[in-house]
Write a protein that binds this ligand. Structure first.
Ligand code: CDP
Length: 250
């Protein structure tokens, strides 16, 4: 442990360049994605990513509530990101706080740039993200889950939206921060990528990094997003693939 002021800062990178959970700087936490776990929703997905557990459900296109949000030329995308009271070590006050509102807004805006909303005027596409267990990177896990859930609901989109946070720990750029790295690191940079065009549709930063570090972080994050994109597609393929023909069948 080192010490900055009164705060004890753990060593985040050991002499071998490995992180507190043994990962290399460019390594993602294990990710499992399941498409369609909630049959009552139009689309759903469950994501386990490191110690994050996130459920997403999509309803729509359907009638808009509240009605004044209705748009005559396109669907409105309404997103609600919520952290369960039991999702973090110290019990979180239930309900939508400022952080949840901000995350809901940036996720909805990210989806606005990929969903063909003009195909469904005067309707709402409602995206619910429930964080059941949180360990940093939940907005990215939420985006990944919601994106697979939107595809599961059959909502037409330019592409899926993989997302990941890159950060700076002990002066090194690292992929996919876990909680201690997020808490005690020097920067956190969540991003979401449209793989087809290479466009970033969500990019936020807390902390500080130099311009070359930022370039390195973006490159690392985009590479991570492309790996996650493959896992998202595999989850959808698994849900919709039909059983293979028995050997010898025509
Ligand atoms: O989750 P994400 O990294 O997208 O957002 P954050 O605001 O940077 O939060 C980082 C982490 O802090 C969360 O994933 C939780 O593990 C934790 N957190 C918490 O313990 N209590 C809160 N009220 C908010 C966040």
């Amino acid at each position: 442990m080192g010490s900055v002021g009164a705060k004890e800062v753990p060593v985040l990178l050991n002499a071998d360049g490995l992180r507190i959970d043994g990962r290399r700087l460019d390594e993602l936490r294990p990710i499992q994605i399941r498409a369609g776990p909630l049959p009552q929703a139009d689309g759903s997905a469950f994501v386990e990513w490191g110690q994050n557990k996130v459920m997403a459900a999509v309803y729509g296109p359907r009638e808009v509530h509240p009605r004044h949000l209705q748009q005559s030329t396109k669907a409105v995308i309404q997103c609600r990101y919520n952290m369960a009271a039991f999702s973090v070590d110290e019990r979180k006050r239930p309900g939508l706080d400022r952080r949840s509102q901000e995350i809901s807004k940036v996720i909805a805006e990210a989806f606005e740039s990929v969903v063909f909303a003009e195909e469904f005027p005067r309707t709402s596409i409602d995206v619910y993200i429930e964080v059941l267990q949180a360990n940093a990177g939940t907005r990215c896990a939420g985006l990944v889950a919601a994106s697979v859930a939107l595809a599961d609901a059959g909502i037409p989109m330019v592409d899926l939206l993989p997302a990941v946070a890159v950060g700076k720990i002990d002066n090194a750029i690292a992929l996919d921060l876990k909680k201690e790295e997020d808490n005690f690191g020097q920067a956190d940079l969540p991003m979401a990528l449209v793989p087809q065009s290479g466009r970033l549709v969500l990019l936020q930063m807390e902390g500080h990094m130099t311009e070359p570090e930022l370039a390195q972080a973006l490159e690392l994050g985009v590479g991570g997003c492309r790996v996650i994109h493959e896992k998202m597609k595999a989850a959808l393929r698994e849900r919709y693939s039909t059983a293979p023909l028995a050997a010898g069948a025509a």
